[in-house]
Design a protein around this ligand. Structure first.
Ligand code: GLC
Length: 436
């Protein structure tokens, strides 16, 4: 285990670029939002200074309306497409003047990451001083979401692009893409020069991704116009769970800091409504798990993904529902021949064990599920998720995603996508340090 800790730290140190980290050297050469959050949790275990810088740099790129972009382009790089010239964040009047970025966001992790840093910290006073200097930016970000991403006042925020979900090419988006007919764009992919094309989205899928961005750009990334016109408009259980968890974390931290009663009251109101929305609109009675809701076409998306179980991370699910959800996870995703937890239902015909978010295991989702199982006292399952996660990394390396089928880890290459992947290293460190 000592060796694994050392290797994980080496991966993080290698990907550190003086103020922020890249997720994986060639494939992702900039700063990504939710990656940075998970990376900070890893650094907090052995280098709090870097953890703080990681978050401070990310929040420095916040726009004047509270929005935090999903990629901050700190440096020019020709190993990535689509880069800053395509995204043109400067079209939005309130975008950062200091950094070029995308005009989309990613799951709101920063709130609960600050709380994790406080939990891990050996010098609570110093970490609290850092939190005090940053926390209002995170509050402003949550205010942005509820003001601009919840037009029908349901307590549930929408995402307007599959890249905002973090689960880029999940089969859940297939039926939405089937309602679109984007042009065939001329562009040169960069990702497939670093990674086997069989492990990445297709060119036609990229046409859809670019098309949605072009619609947003035509309207200077106006939230109102996007809500009106984007063919992709989703309420995502993973995204909303993280926002709820981050609201909760801000409440706890403001209580420790003192003097912030108005903000605490506001956060409680947001959470009350959000939890109501999650437990009614995003709970699927027949499937007995949480599912995505397609706002544009006004229908639930009836598929089970690892995001369907993520709500246990935020403690708002009834004991009975947790019991059912975890039985479904074990039944469909957790046979003895499999590592937990595949990103998409292995019993569904759309499952693909190698292709990115269409099946492989991701360490960040496992980390959330581990924490959720612990919180609800499902300790045997928590232990299994932890053991599975450590084992896949030990057997196959610090990859971006992994095959869920155990036999592949014996006979073949079973780690896919980018190598030396930062959040795999960071969250493995946190898992190894955790008590069970
Ligand atoms: C991929 C993942 C996304 C991640 C990014 C950088 O796009 O799908 O979740 O943030 O890579 O690692």
């Amino acid at each position: 285990m000592k060796n694994l800790v050392k290797q994980a730290q080496q991966v993080l140190n290698k990907n550190w670029k003086d103020g922020f980290s890249v997720p994986s050297a060639k494939l992702y050469p900039f700063q990504w939002l939710w990656d940075s959050g998970f990376i900070a949790i890893g650094f907090a275990h052995y280098d709090m200074d870097k953890a703080e810088k990681e978050i401070a740099t990310l929040l420095d790129a916040q726009w004047d309306n509270g929005f935090i972009p999903h990629i901050v382009f700190h440096t020019p790089s020709d190993t990535y497409f689509p880069g800053p010239e395509f995204h043109q964040s400067e079209l939005h009047p309130l975008s950062s003047k200091k950094y070029k970025s995308t005009g989309m966001t990613q799951p709101p992790v920063t709130g609960f990451v600050l709380e994790e840093m406080y939990r891990i910290s050996q010098d609570k006073n110093s970490t609290l001083a850092f939190i005090k200097s940053q926390i209002d930016k995170v509050f402003l970000n949550h205010e942005y979401f509820y003001k601009h991403r919840d037009p029908n006042n349901e307590g549930l925020v929408y995402i307007y692009h599959n890249w905002e979900s973090g689960t880029d090419n999940s089969p859940i988006w297939d039926d939405i893409f089937a309602t679109m007919n984007p042009p065939h764009y001329e562009f040169t992919r960069r990702d497939t020069t670093h990674v086997d094309a069989a492990e990445r989205p297709t060119n036609r899928e990229y046409d859809h991704y670019l098309h949605i961005i072009n619609i947003a750009k035509e309207h200077n990334y106006s939230d109102e116009k996007i809500a009106e016109l984007s063919p992709f408009l989703i309420q995502d259980p993973l995204f909303n769970t993280m926002l709820i968890k981050s609201n909760e974390a801000l409440i706890n931290l403001y209580e420790i800091l003192g003097d912030n009663q108005d903000k605490i009251a506001q956060l409680k109101l947001w959470n009350q409504k959000a939890i109501g929305g999650m437990n009614t609109k995003l709970y699927h009675d027949e499937l007995q798990v949480y599912t995505h809701f397609d706002v544009r076409n006004n229908r639930p998306i009836p598929f089970i993904t690892s995001s369907s179980f993520a709500p246990i991370f935020a403690n708002f699910v009834s004991q009975q529902r947790v019991e059912n959800m975890l039985n479904i996870m074990l039944d469909k995703f957790g046979g003895e021949d499999k590592y937990l937890c595949a990103s998409f239902d292995p019993t569904n015909e759309r499952f693909d064990p190698k292709k990115y978010w269409r099946g492989p295991v991701w360490v960040n989702l496992n980390w959330m599920l581990y924490r959720g199982c612990r919180a609800y006292d499902y300790n045997t399952l928590a232990e299994r998720i932890k053991k599975d996660t450590i084992e896949i990394v030990e057997k196959s390396g610090f990859y971006e995603y992994f095959d869920a089928r155990k036999e592949i880890h014996i006979s073949d290459k079973a780690g896919y996508g980018g190598g030396d992947f930062s959040w795999t290293a960071a969250l493995l460190l946190d898992l190894i340090e955790s008590d069970l």
